[in-house]
Design a protein around this ligand. Structure first.
Ligand code: KG4
Length: 333
């Protein structure tokens, strides 16, 4: 089966062609980073307008690079939510229209399911069940995954997502947008033991997260500092260390609570080299197996939506009704 996957939940327009769940024929992402850079964050109205400009050409280019035509496509999978409603509506309406005009079934996919399954686009695929840590700009959650379509939420952030904290701190220090890669780069030149920022563990045994206190502590530290480059590097390193301690600690706790020895990473923040390295080290220490997507599949992409859509379609046996609508909050958690 040939699947066209479309993603437009936030500020990236993406399309991919996947053959069943095995062979990725093309995957394109059109980033809006330069558009939102001067605002230090995504401007929803600008994002949806840009999606409208890009969606047709990126889908055509995905077909072209895969050397297939629309007539060959047997399923259109598209992100249904969560995300910015205006952005989601562009991809979802486009997919519906294409489906109706071409008589191809379409299926709406939860963006979180895409991130949870993006590791299957890599060569090393995890066995079920596994514990998944999904960390992006919009979410920080822990899941238990028992199959391609069965996910249980174990914990989630009660305030900011980890990626949001990276982005806000980068904005404060004027490091660039999106903030995560800039903070990571600055942290590589800093001393992570210079500042002792808080770790929010919440209640004993809780798998929830909280990053707003950390963000405030970093802001206060920066505002009262000399703001020199070495100081910024040290603040970034100490902040990143605090985030990683909690992400890794809670993931290990989830694995222990559920007696599951397999851990999977997903979402934009999982591109962070320091997080990947620490997770790898603790997994080796504790005889756990770690699976992480290739860097290009950590951030938003159409391939993960095609993959998740294929499995949802296999389970449901049918496409979706045109009455379906987008949603801003994920029913997965
Ligand atoms: O998954 P994603 O592309 O979009 C969402 O669904 O949110 O994730 C984007 C987030 C942004 O907050 C970005 O700053 C963060 O992932 N990010 C990183 C790194 N690369 C991207 N955070 C920390 N370190 C990185 N290397």
């Amino acid at each position: 089966m040939l699947i066209l996957g479309i993603e437009s939940s936030c500020d990236d327009t993406a399309a991919a062609i996947l053959q069943t769940d095995q062979c990725l024929l093309s995957s394109l992402v059109s980033s809006q980073d330069t558009l939102h850079q001067k605002f230090g964050g995504v401007v929803p109205e600008l994002a949806s307008r840009k999606h409208i400009e890009t969606i047709t050409s990126i889908c055509k280019e995905a077909l072209h690079q895969a050397q297939v035509s629309l007539d060959d496509i047997e399923l259109i999978a598209v992100t249904q939510g969560p995300g910015l409603i205006g952005s989601l509506l562009v991809g979802f309406s486009y997919a519906k229209a294409l489906s109706y005009a071409s008589n191809i079934p379409f299926i709406g996919v939860d963006h979180m399911a895409g991130h949870l399954l993006s590791v299957f686009l890599s060569e090393h695929k995890p066995p079920f069940p596994f514990i998944a840590l999904i960390v992006s700009g919009g979410t920080t959650s822990l899941f238990r995954c028992d199959s391609y379509t069965s996910f249980s939420l174990l914990g989630r952030t009660r305030d900011d997502a980890a990626g949001e904290a990276f982005d806000k701190i980068a904005k404060l220090m004027d490091l660039g947008y999106p903030g995560g890669p800039h903070v990571y780069k600055a942290a590589a030149n800093g001393d992570s033991s210079k500042y002792r920022f808080p770790r929010s563990w919440l209640e004993e045994d809780s798998l929830d997260f909280s990053f707003s206190g950390l963000k405030t502590a970093v802001m206060q530290c920066y505002n009262s500092s000399d703001r020199s480059i070495p100081t910024i590097n040290d603040i970034c390193a100490s902040f990143q260390e605090s985030v990683i301690d909690v992400l890794v600690g809670k993931t290990l706790l989830a694995a222990k609570q559920h007696s599951i020895p397999t851990i999977v990473l997903g979402g934009g923040v999982s591109a962070n080299g320091a997080l990947r390295q620490r997770m790898e080290d603790v997994c080796v220490e504790r005889s756990l197996s770690l699976y992480a997507p290739e860097l290009s599949f950590c951030t938003d992409n159409g391939a993960m939506i095609a993959f998740a859509g294929y499995h949802k379609f296999l389970k449901s046996g049918a496409g979706m009704s045109y009455d379906e609508d987008v949603y801003s909050r994920s029913p997965l958690g």
